[in-house]
Design a protein around this ligand. Structure first.
Ligand SMILES: C[S@@+](CC[C@H](N)C(=O)[O-])C[C@H]1O[C@@H](n2cnc3c(N)ncnc32)[C@H](O)[C@@H]1O
Length: 214
């Protein structure tokens, strides 16, 4: 086991256990999908759940549902009347996600949209307290402006994979379009005075932003 894996294992042992529904979803995702590593997993899921519980949002927006793991984690922090909108361009996994939203008792709190987030977001009439960006890494800068326009002042935006396996720090990343996309996003955010920001080097990197002005 690598030192990184040992630290991760230690952290999991000292964190509340994954609930049964999330554990089943993790297993099913690993058995039935081509890229199961896309799923947030136990530690990141707990972090998302905690952030959401601390904010107590009434409206959450997620870009990139996949099999629904992070949506369930984030929805745990919603106010009793709160709702989460999640968007994915790939409808092949929507049955799985919807089945697990029901198993988690969240079928009336989570609304799933199938389509390109860049179009779907513009059709949403609501404003959000918390937004999680976890879609196509080349499109992060596109999502950013659209998402920021839908975020309440004082609201929080999270963006996953902002380290992209450490490739963002490499001298030459031009052959890796995802790394280029993430790096452009990180630079855009770092320059943006409309948001307070924390670049958290947790797992594959999580950017945490708070919108200060319109
Ligand atoms: C990393 S996975 C999301 C993982 C999920 N948030 C989780 O933690 O379990 C990225 C997802 O983004 C979706 N995606 C890619 N481009 C998209 C787009 N333009 N609009 C909406 N979803 C998109 C993919 O189909 C994929 O399911």
């Amino acid at each position: 086991m690598s030192a990184e894996d040992a630290v991760s294992e230690y952290a999991i042992q000292h964190t509340s256990p994954e609930d049964d529904v999330l554990h089943r979803l993790y297993r099913e995702t690993n058995l039935t999908t081509v890229y199961p590593r896309m799923l947030s997993g136990h530690l990141q899921g707990k972090l998302l759940e905690f952030i959401s519980r601390m904010i107590k949002p009434s409206r959450i927006l997620e870009i990139g549902t996949f099999t629904g793991y992070s949506a369930i984690c984030l929805a745990k922090g919603l106010t009793p009347e709160g709702v989460l909108h999640t968007i994915d361009i790939n409808d092949e996994l929507s049955d799985t996600a919807l089945r697990y939203f029901t198993l988690a008792g969240m079928e009336s709190k989570i609304f799933m949209h199938c389509g390109d987030a860049r179009q779907v977001i513009q059709g949403l009439s609501e404003m959000f307290d918390l937004i999680f960006i976890d879609g196509d890494k080349e499109q992060y800068t596109d999502y950013y402006e659209l998402a920021l326009a839908k975020l309440n002042i004082g609201g929080f935006l999270l963006a996953d994979n902002v380290l992209w396996g450490g490739k963002v720090t490499a001298e030459i990343v031009r052959t890796d379009k995802e790394a280029e996309g993430i790096r452009a996003f990180n630079e855009l955010v770092a320059r943006d005075t409309r948001v307070e920001k924390l670049f958290l080097p947790f797992r594959d990197g999580l950017y945490i932003l708070q919108k200060l002005t319109g």
